[in-house]
Ligand binder design. Structure first.
Ligand SMILES: [Zn+2]
Length: 365
């Protein structure tokens, strides 16, 4: 039977927790990692009525997009909905796991799902993140290079955009002198050795450092493996906020509004008018996305589909882009389907259900 930690490990292989924003609390919030999972309930928000639903549907794990707890709790006496939800989860042995901005920031996450719903093509990350890539340089005897490099690739090194197995190598001469305590694969203690080696370079996402190093060390023939690791300034095209892509056909602003309503199942859109009414390139950001307006404009998006725009922020569109504020809940609701597909592809024998509770606190009249 799968345990909570198996579910968490699988989801975090898709959206590593190190990619979450600093204010976030994507993590296992209640429950033990070693609990056996009877069933998983997937929700956008984990509130009291969702705990009730989990009990009723015999699910002892809830996978939520938004963490119920963001900051430290100093008391747990049930005076607000956050405390009551946590108390109820603990009393009923329910694990709550949240996968939030880490799932927003990966290329296969929340925004990819919105792009899919809108049928966008040529999709890319709207604001790629810096500081998430590393480069490793190492020195491998020529005869062992293929095997060691293959092992690092298997650990996740060497993927750049649509290319896998990327590395660079140049052949030279390595020199070393083993001391009396050394047990060299090549060479003799006290004598300077000279070996034909490849200098090999690979890049990988920072969070894979441990497994790439393990792969290097376990496949490398030397007792002491020489390597350097450096943090890269490059943006990571696979990680960041929002996404951008093209509609299959150009639309008028009006056609696009109807299309958006239909594809995202909306009642209401708050939008700005655009001077040029044609819409082809569309930026998206699930949840609060006004911080990306400048980026959407500079990448020449015709429309920006997101949520939580404030009145004054709408003016910043300046007729150059259609801001389409579709509502926070509405923009992220399909994340439930996304999490469902991640779980069912890996855990075919665990009951995985979508919450039926409408957790949207905002009502329209
Ligand atoms: Zn959200």
């Amino acid at each position: 039977m799968a345990k909570v930690k198996d579910i968490v490990r699988h989801l975090e292989s898709i959206a590593p927790p190190s990619l979450q924003e600093s204010y976030d609390n994507a993590s296992l919030i209640t429950g033990s990692a070693s609990m056996e999972v009877k069933g998983v309930l997937i929700t956008l928000d984990c509130i009291e009525s969702v705990i009730d639903e989990a009990i009723e549907r015999d699910c002892n794990m809830i996978v939520a997009h938004h963490p119920i707890v963001f900051r430290g709790l100093k008391q747990l006496n049930g005076k607000n909905y956050v405390e009551r939800t946590i108390i109820q989860a603990i009393k009923n042995d329910i694990a709550i796991y949240a996968i939030h901005t880490n799932l927003d920031n990966v290329i296969s996450g929340v925004n990819r799902k919105i792009c899919e719903k809108l049928g966008l093509e040529n999709v890319k990350i709207l604001a790629p993140k810096k500081g998430t890539l590393q480069k490793l340089v190492t020195f491998i005897p020529v005869a062992d290079s293929d095997e060691v490099i293959a092992s690092m690739h298997q650990a996740g090194a060497g993927n750049i955009g649509n290319y896998s197995d990327c590395s660079f190598r140049v052949t030279g001469t390595g020199y070393f002198k083993p001391n009396q305590d050394a047990n060299p694969t090549i060479g003799t203690s006290g004598e300077l050795e000279e070996v034909e080696e490849n200098r090999v370079e690979v890049v990988y996402p920072k969070h894979l450092q441990g497994q790439v190093l393990n792969a290097l060390k376990s496949a490398h023939p030397y007792e002491e493996v020489a390597y350097y690791i450096s943090d890269l300034e490059n943006s990571n095209q696979e990680v960041g906020s929002g996404m951008i892509g093209d509609l299959p056909i150009e639309m008028t602003a009006n056609e696009f509004l109807y299309y958006l309503k239909d594809k995202m199942d909306l009642n209401t859109i708050r939008y700005t008018e655009k001077d040029q009414p044609k819409i082809k390139k569309v930026a998206v950001c699930g949840g609060a996305g006004s911080f990306l307006l400048g980026r959407a404009k500079s990448r020449r998006a015709d429309a920006f589909v997101t949520a939580d725009f404030k009145y004054h922020e709408f003016f910043d569109a300046e007729g150059q882009i259609m801001i389409a504020d579709i509502g926070h809940y509405e923009s992220e609701i399909f994340t439930k389907e996304l999490l469902h597909s991640f779980l069912t592809e890996k855990f075919a024998n665990i009951a995985t259900c979508l919450s039926r509770v409408d957790t949207n606190p905002v009502k329209y009249f």
